[in-house]
Ligand binder design. Structure first.
Ligand code: SF4
Length: 352
C-alpha cells in the first residue's frame, strides 16, 4: 500500500487537490476555436478528466473561458505566461484556478497584483517552475538545470507569495528529464506541504512520451508524492487522461474503472489474445455503467496456466483450441463456444 504524504488542500471549482482528496487527472486543451475547445472538453470529461487547463495567450482567449464555462461543468485552469494582466482577466472571466510561471511574469510586483485578484475572487494558483524558466543566478549557481536549482526556485517564489499572505497554492517543478523531475519533487516534498502537481514536461508522444511520463510520475506516486497529475503527450489529449488513469490504477491509487490485464502469450497460446483484448475493451466501453466498476479482468492465452497466473483478478477469459473459458478468482466457471466468450463474460459481470 502506498502511504501518501498529507499535504494542504486547495479548491479548484468543485475539485479538491491535496489532503485526502483523490489524486486528480488533468489535461490541457489543444483546440483553438471556442466550439472545438468545448467539443474537446466534453471528450475529456467522458474519458474521466477531472480538471482542464486552457492556454490564455491573449485577451481574446481569456474571454473564451466564460463561453466555455457556460457549456461545460469541469473546472477550468487558465494557463498564463508573460503578462500578469492576462491572469487577472482569466480570473474575471471565471477561471477556477490559474497557472503561472513566476519566473516569466515580470517580477514580484506583477505577482503581487495577481495575488490581490486571486484573493478577491477566492481562486487558487499553480506556481509552476520548469527547466525553461529558471532564473539566471540559479542557472549559474548550479551550472545548469538541476533538481536543486528547480527546488530553490520554487522555494524562493513560495516565500515571496507567502509574504503576500497567500497560501492557496499547488506547486510543480517539471523538467523534460524524468530523473531531474523526480529529484526536484522529492526535494520540494521534503520541505513544503503544499499540494504537488506532477508531470514530465515536453515528454514527447507515443511510446516515448508514455514511458517517460510513467517513469517520472509513477516513481513519485509510488513514493507517496503527488496530488494531481498531467501526462503531457504530443497528440490526442484524451490519451493523456487514459495514460494518467492507468498510472493511478496500476498503483492502486484510483480504483474506479475496469482494468484489463493480458498475458504476453507464448508457445502455449491457444487463442488470439490481442483480438480478444480489443473485443473485451470494445464491449465494456459500450456498456457505460460496467466500465466504471472497480474490477480487473484477465485475458490469458491458455487454459493450462492462464487461470492460475491470473488468480488474483476477479474475472478472466481464456481458451483451448475449440472452447472459450470464463474463470472467476482463478476458478473455471463456464466453458462456451469461442464466439460467445465476451458476451458470457459480460453476463457473469452483470450477475455481481
Ligand atoms: Fe503462455 Fe499461457 Fe502464460 Fe499466456 S497464460 S503466457 S499463453 S503460459
Amino acid at each position: 500500500m502506498i502511504k501518501r504524504k498529507l499535504t494542504k488542500q486547495v479548491k479548484v471549482g468543485n475539485v479538491k487537490i491535496g489532503g485526502t482528496a483523490p489524486i486528480s487527472v488533468q489535461s490541457m486543451v489543444k483546440s483553438k476555436t471556442t466550439k472545438a475547445i468545448i467539443g474537446e472538453i466534453h471528450k475529456l470529461e467522458s474519458a474521466g478528466c477531472d480538471l482542464i487547463r486552457l492556454a490564455v495567450p491573449d485577451f481574446e482567449n481569456a474571454k473564451k473561458i466564460k463561453l466555455v464555462k457556460k457549456e461545460t461543468s469541469i473546472p477550468i485552469i487558465g494557463d498564463i505566461h508573460y503578462n500578469f494582466q492576462l491572469a487577472i482577466e482569466a480570473v474575471k472571466q471565471g477561471a477556477d484556478k490559474i497557472r503561472i510561471n513566476p519566473g516569466n511574469i515580470g517580477g514580484k510586483t506583477k505577482v503581487k497584483e495577481i495575488i490581490k485578484c486571486l484573493k478577491d475572487y477566492s481562486i487558487s494558483m499553480r506556481v509552476g517552475v520548469n527547466s525553461g524558466s529558471l532564473e539566471s543566478d540559479l542557472l549559474q549557481k548550479y551550472e545548469g538545470v538541476t533538481a536543486p536549482a528547480l527546488a530553490e526556485s520554487i522555494f524562493r517564489w513560495v516565500k515571496i507569495i507567502e509574504d503576500f499572505d497567500f497560501n492557496q497554492m499547488v506547486l510543480s517543478v517539471k523538467s523534460s528529464d524524468p530523473r531531474i523531475t523526480i529529484d526536484a519533487y522529492r526535494l520540494v516534498s521534503k520541505k513544503l506541504d503544499y499540494p504537488l502537481h506532477l508531470g514530465v514536461t515536453a515528454a514527447s508522444g507515443g511510446m516515448n512520451g508514455i514511458v517517460r511520463s510513467t517513469v517520472g510520475i509513477g516513481t513519485l506516486l509510488a513514493g507517496g508524492i503527488g496530488d494531481t497529475i498531467r501526462v503531457s503527450l504530443t497528440g490526442d489529449s484524451k490519451e493523456e487522461i487514459e495514460v494518467g488513469k492507468e498510472i493511478l490504477r496500476s498503483l492502486g491509487l484510483r480504483n474506479n474503472g475496469i482494468q484489463i490485464i493480458a498475458c504476453p502469450t507464448c508457445g502455449r497460446c491457444e487463442i488470439d489474445v490481442k483480438t480478444l483484448v480489443q473485443e473485451v475493451e470494445k464491449k465494456l466501453n459500450s456498456v457505460g455503467a460496467i466500465h466504471e466498476l472497480p474490477l480487473r479482468i484477465a485475458v490469458m492465452g491458455c487454459i493450462v496456466n492462464g487461470p492460475g497466473e491470473a488468480r488474483d483478478v476477479e474475472f478472466g477469459v481464456t481458451g483451448s483450441r475449440n472452447k472459450g473459458v470464463i474463470f472467476k478468482n482463478g476458478k473455471i466457471i463456464k466453458k462456451v463456444a469461442k464466439d460467445k466468450i465476451v458476451d458470457t463474460l459480460l453476463e457473469e459481470i452483470c450477475k455481481e
